[in-house]
Design a protein around this ligand. Structure first.
Ligand code: SAM
Length: 349
């Protein structure tokens, strides 16, 4: 029985609850992209492969072993697991990357299981896997599809791993990968924000939710006097991509990278220098649900990062009600521009 409030986690526990599948008695379990909650995966025998800081920290606190790099080259992660249980991300190439990577670290005879919400990849799951795993079993529960198979002589495509890896994309070439925000193009809102950003910035600047580093790159390029650039994101894969992009373009500049959950108030123990400017295009979705609270938490954190008199520049969907929290947290708030469904806001602390 899963005690997670997440339906995909509940779906992953379902075949065990109903004796449709059996967890191997011994050996290790790999739980991918999982959210916290009890299930038939005891901490002592389970490694959690999680790239999002919030759930990763929660699992680590619960005694699970954490893996956050790529399985096939992360030290220690290539141990052979006896079961891999995958809560699939919704992006197709990202989900295929997760499945093929997990397959590679599954021991012969081990249990492969994957689940996804029907409207987030579940409906296409069997179609994707059946050509490679003809004996695939399946169940439906909680508006999710669950599939499972034993590892025999079959293989999932290596190409799924190659396609999902960190890669250089487009011209002039940015380091990115499927699953990252707007992974293969500059986001419309970000593109709208960039020309409004000031030049002549000095001191320290923070890019909250930096993604692949589009905003930080723009700031560093147009502001030679910025002395420190802080790049923070909850997705460790984004932090890694951002690091590669900025290192290639801005060698010698002072840039710090942090894997941080900005949906929570930053704990006082985690000391960051106060900054002069914060720039952000905050997330307003978690998975696929609207999460205004996440944007509000970003705004509170932006205020906490800033020196008195420092400025926040942000872009958001025009309909999102961020003004009340901005008015509460900042001394002055100004809408600089509205267009194409977005607003650009400057706020002074
Ligand atoms: C709208 S995207 C903007 C990305 C990038 N700054 C750009 O403009 O292209 C929001 C970013 O916030 C990150 N993010 C989502 N939830 C987060 C959280 N709780 N804490 C920190 N970053 C988060 C996402 O990984 C994503 O990179």
């Amino acid at each position: 029985m899963s005690t997670s409030s997440d339906t995909v986690m509940q779906a992953l526990a379902y075949p065990f609850d109903r004796d449709l599948a059996a967890m191997p008695d011994g050996g290790r379990i790999l739980l991918a992209n999982a959210l916290p909650g009890a299930g038939p995966w005891a901490p002592a025998r389970t490694s959690v492969w999680q790239w999002w800081k919030g759930p990763a920290a929660a699992f680590e606190g619960g005694g699970f072993t954490l893996v956050h790099g790529d399985l096939t080259n992360d030290a220690g992660a290539d141990e052979k697991f006896n079961a891999v249980l995958l809560r699939l991300p919704r992006q197709r190439e990202e989900a295929q990357f997760v499945m093929s990577s997990a397959w590679q670290v599954l021991a012969p005879g081990g249990l492969f299981m994957a689940a996804a919400a029907n409207d987030a990849g579940g409906a296409r799951l069997e179609k994707d896997l059946k050509p490679f795993l003809p004996g695939l079993q399946n169940a439906s529960k909680h508006k999710c599809r669950i599939v499972w198979a034993r590892k025999e002589a079959q293989a999932l495509p290596q190409e799924w791993i190659t396609r999902g890896h960190l890669q250089k994309h487009g011209e002039p070439g940015i380091w990115t990968r499927p699953g990252l925000f707007s992974w293969d193009r500059v986001d419309v809102a970000t593109g709208l924000l960039l020309p409004f950003l000031p030049t002549g910035l000095k001191g320290a600047v923070a890019d909250l939710g930096c993604g692949t580093g589009v905003i930080a790159n723009h700031v560093l390029k147009h502001n030679p006097d910025v002395a420190l650039m802080l790049c923070l994101d909850a997705d460790v894969r984004a932090v890694e991509a951002c690091r590669k992009n900025l290192a290639e373009r801005h060698a010698g500049r002072n840039i710090d990278y942090h894997w941080v959950d900005l949906g929570q108030q930053i704990p006082p123990a985690q000391k960051f220098p106060l900054v002069d400017t914060v720039i952000m295009n905050p997330p307003f979705h978690a998975e696929k649900t609207l999460a205004i609270a996440l944007g509000q938490a970003f705004i509170r954190n932006a205020a906490a990062f800033l020196k008195t008199g420092g400025s926040l520049w942000m872009v958001a969907n025009a309909h999102l009600p961020y003004e009340p929290i901005l008015q509460q947290t900042f001394k002055a708030v100004e809408k600089v521009h509205e267009g194409r469904g977005f607003k650009i806001i400057r706020a002074v602390k």
